[in-house]
Design a protein around this ligand. Structure first.
Ligand SMILES: [Mn+2]
Length: 334
């Protein structure tokens, strides 16, 4: 997922000092939060609370169903209406796993506070008063673990489980290119602190809703291969959610299935968000850089996992996307 050949970026002193001094903290992350976003937020909340700080998590979008099993997830404030203590009782906003303020979907609402930016996305825009961007970090969870150590905060079993879940989910179960030595070192440290790989695997892989499996069937029905089998695209349309009895929270991880087909190098999942508007999720293997495509459509992400939006009819968007992905694959084989 990240450029694993680059050295880690050390935790900046000014950022550490700011976190130390902040008594009332608001945490947020990107919209449609994933396992690294939720796990890292919940762990950061516990770490800072163990130091006597008041911490509120505010995300625009609901926590995906599978991550609602993490202790503390019920405390996450969701939606575009601010939590009761905003803005009077907050001094610092920490963005976790959020490449630009806009990606939180809350940028305008969160204006006017000291901003701390902790992230591992390559395209991070260094928007904070204090920035720690480490693209070599396998997951932001690894950075949170380092922050906890620097703050001399205890990482208890619950915190370790949240961070372990974030690390497992961002590395695809230690299968992606970001499953580096550092990922395993951190994994070992987290297990030593009480994380349970069995419990986390149960949460991530064995607790899907029936609706999400029915939605998977609908999505696979729409699967098309192109580019001599190297390019896979699939659709998630409102009528599919309806038939499956599913909500957006049930779509987490579905993109991994087209990616598991032999010969498939890149996957584009096209999800309709309103008439003529689609959210595109991209996945790739190895050196194929889907972030370069996402960036051209005002999106972003990592080399092997990125996202953006496209407008048009369903057919137009799919054919544009297939063209882009075929070009990416053919450039790589030239
Ligand atoms: Mn991440």
């Amino acid at each position: 997922m990240n450029n694993t050949s680059q050295p880690p970026s050390p935790l900046p002193e000014d950022l550490l000092a700011c976190v130390r001094q902040s008594e009332r903290v608001l945490l947020t992350s990107h919209s449609n939060p994933d396992g690294d976003a939720i796990g890292s937020e919940l762990a950061t909340k516990r770490v800072l609370e163990s130091l006597g700080k008041q911490v509120t998590i505010w995300n625009l979008d609901p926590t995906p169903g599978i991550y609602q099993q993490l202790p503390g997830s019920e405390s996450i404030h969701v939606g575009s209406q601010p939590p009761a203590n905003w803005p009077e009782e907050i001094d610092t906003v920490i963005f976790i796993e959020c490449p630009t303020p806009d990606r939180s979907g809350l940028a305008e609402l969160l204006a006017g506070k000291t901003v701390v930016n902790i992230d591992h996305h390559l395209g991070n825009s260094f928007y904070g008063a204090h920035n720690w961007v480490d693209p070599a970090a396998p997951a932001v969870a690894c950075m949170v673990l380092e922050l906890a150590e620097a703050l001399h905060a205890a990482v208890d079993e619950t915190t370790a489980n949240s961070l372990f879940l974030a690390l497992v989910s961002d590395t695809g179960g230690f299968r992606f290119s970001n499953a580096t030595e550092r990922a395993f070192t951190n994994a070992r440290d987290l297990v030593a602190a009480g994380a349970s790989p069995e419990r986390v695997a149960h949460i991530l892989y064995e607790q899907r809703s029936e609706a999400s499996i029915r939605l998977l069937a609908e999505m696979l029905d729409s699967l098309q291969l192109a580019g001599n089998g190297a390019v896979a695209t699939a659709l998630l349309l409102p009528r599919m959610y309806e038939r499956a009895g599913a909500t957006h929270q049930d779509s987490e991880g579905l993109i991994d299935h087209p990616r598991s087909i032999a010969g498939v190098e890149v996957v584009g999942l096209i999800r309709q968000i309103e008439d003529g508007e689609f959210k595109i999720s991209l996945r790739s293997r190895g050196d194929l850089d889907v972030e370069s495509i996402a960036r051209r459509y005002s999106g972003g992400g990592h080399r092997n996992a990125a996202g953006c939006r496209m407008s048009g009819t369903e057919d137009q968007v799919r054919s544009t996307l297939v063209d882009e992905l075929e070009r990416l694959v053919s450039r790589a084989t030239d």
